[in-house]
Write a protein of this length. Structure first.
Length: 205
């Protein structure tokens, strides 16, 4: 599909939906560590259907003085001090900049004006993204500062399900509990759910 055909930009009033999931060391974006972030870039295929194009994942070093709540770490299964993780984790600023650069390229490619974050309980993910961007002094955050597309609401409307695993299964996809609660897995399943709902909904004329 031609990058300048306007299909992506026209669908959501010039906004580019980007699916994001974060894994963290707690629930407070101002004080708790951002540990993983995954962003799924979407596109439209030749049949006009939204689909997953590329996933970018970064493991993030806890910022200096960050809180790490043990209950949160047990839930997501992340050991911030694991030797393997220390080899691949990057500083917050580097991780965000690399994701933001990829998002900005897609915004330009599709002629969009800005990205809009898609997530399951999206305000949580956006809160951590905005807090990290502010903490690291990143000026060009490509995401809308407060608007989101939330698959909790979309899943409830489309399938009567608000829990991610149940909504994903209702949409016809398998759910692997052993892989869940990683940014990569949750972001890609959220993206599949979002695309399925958008593809089933008649585009406004």
């Amino acid at each position: 599909m031609a990058a300048n055909d306007g299909v992506v930009a026209q669908r959501f009033r010039g906004y580019l939906p980007v699916v994001v999931d974060v894994e963290t060391g707690g629930f407070n974006a101002a004080t708790d560590a951002l540990l993983e972030i995954a962003a799924v870039l979407l596109d439209v295929d030749d049949g006009g259907r939204w689909c997953l194009e590329q996933t970018i994942v970064r493991h993030i070093e806890p910022f200096e003085g960050a809180n790490l709540d043990q209950a949160a770490l047990e839930f997501n299964g992340i050991d911030p001090h694991h030797p393997f993780r220390k080899e691949i984790a990057v500083p917050e600023k580097q991780g965000l900049q690399e994701i933001f650069q990829a998002v900005r390229r897609k915004i330009k490619q599709h002629g969009c004006k800005r990205a809009i974050l898609v997530g399951h309980n999206a305000a949580f993910d956006l809160g951590f993204v905005n807090a990290a961007a502010g903490r690291t002094g990143i000026k060009r955050n490509p995401f809308h500062p407060f608007s989101t597309f939330d698959t909790v609401t979309l899943g409830a409307v489309a399938y009567g399900q608000t829990v991610l695993s149940r909504a994903v299964e209702a949409a016809g996809f398998a759910w692997n509990e052993q892989e869940a609660h990683s940014a990569l897995y949750d972001a890609e399943r959220t993206a599949q759910l979002f695309c399925t709902i958008v593809n089933a909904w008649r585009r406004p004329s």
